[in-house]
Design a protein around this ligand. Structure first.
Ligand code: SAH
Length: 284
């Protein structure tokens, strides 16, 4: 199938707003410093949508920021291949199947993630932040829920890091297919389960670690449902926020009696782990 590629020249800190706006249509995004690329199936794209997008960007001070290109199936794959090189995040190395593991990364837990049309190659800071927190919070035998699994990268990483089960859910059926393929490719298909839908699509029960790397508005909407699925002393890992959005999220967590126990940031993005148990006081 052909794909519409939008190339939008806007600063990185503006990307998440436009991603939030395009989320209903686009099936994949690639973020570079001053460029956001969005991939949209042709049947979801129209001249009217193009005009709406251009109008919105112009109103934000970015006139003529969009170029639109139709990619054939083959070009689409080539575009992905070029944008993907191995990336380190905590103990993990995200490495597409087409790339060799660099010799100086021999100690890493290698995750083979081919994105097809889903988000989550590790080229975005929010994915790397979520992976680092996941590695820190996960204990052997944990049950993990990954909301907005995309490529399945976080669920796969959880299983490679000792989780007994990781459930990934995603509202995008392309992501569901891609996450299942990636789980099989990483030989964790017996540990990773992928379901189409949001939190309610996960099997009943609670999880020791609940992780979500989605946009700020989605995180705020989903917070009660995410919290409901957390075991009493479980860790809730949230990524997809800008550093400037920290206090807002901290307030929303506090309203639910959740305490931030770890926070990290990278390239202007912020992520945290919160628990409803007592805060982790330093040992005596
Ligand atoms: N977990 C991956 C991908 C994050 S991208 C990573 O960390 O890199 C966010 C994903 O969330 C997308 O695949 C999108 O389809 C999905 N998504 C957005 N809103 C959602 C919702 N309300 N419930 C479940 N998935 C959602």
């Amino acid at each position: 199938m052909d794909t519409i590629e939008l190339t939008i020249r806007i600063p990185a800190l503006e990307h998440d707003r436009i991603i939030g706006w395009l989320e209903g249509w686009a099936t994949g995004f690639v973020q570079e410093d001053a460029t956001l690329r969005a991939y949209i199936p042709p049947d979801r794209w129209s001249p009217t949508r193009r005009k709406q997008l251009q109008k919105r960007l112009a109103a934000d001070g970015y006139p003529n920021a969009v170029t639109v290109q139709r990619l054939s199936d083959r070009n689409w794959n080539e575009a992905w291949e070029q944008s993907i090189t191995p990336v380190r995040a905590g103990p993990f190395l995200l490495c597409p199947t087409s790339a060799a593991v660099p010799p100086d990364e021999a100690d890493a837990t290698v995750l083979r993630v081919d994105p097809a049309m889903s988000f989550g190659t590790g080229h975005h800071a929010t994915t790397r932040l979520a992976l680092r927190l996941l590695a820190n919070r996960l204990s052997p035998g944990d049950r993990v829920l990954d909301v907005g699994t995309g490529t399945g990268v976080l669920a796969i990483a959880a299983c490679r890091h000792g989780a007994t089960t990781a459930v990934g859910v995603d509202t995008d059926s392309n992501a569901v297919r891609n996450a299942r393929q990636n789980a099989a490719q990483n030989e964790v298909a017996d540990c990773v389960t992928v379901r189409h839908g949001s939190v309610a699509a996960a099997p009943e029960g609670s999880f020791d670690v609940v992780v979500a790397n989605v946009t700020r508005d989605t995180l705020l909407d989903l917070l009660p449902a995410l919290h409901d699925r957390l075991t009493t002393d479980g860790s809730l890992i949230l990524s997809g926020l800008l550093t400037g959005q920290r206090s807002h999220m901290e307030g929303a967590l506090r309203d639910r009696a959740l305490t931030i126990v770890e926070e990290i940031d990278e390239e202007g993005w912020w992520a945290c782990a919160a628990t409803s148990g007592p805060a982790n006081f330093p040992p005596d």
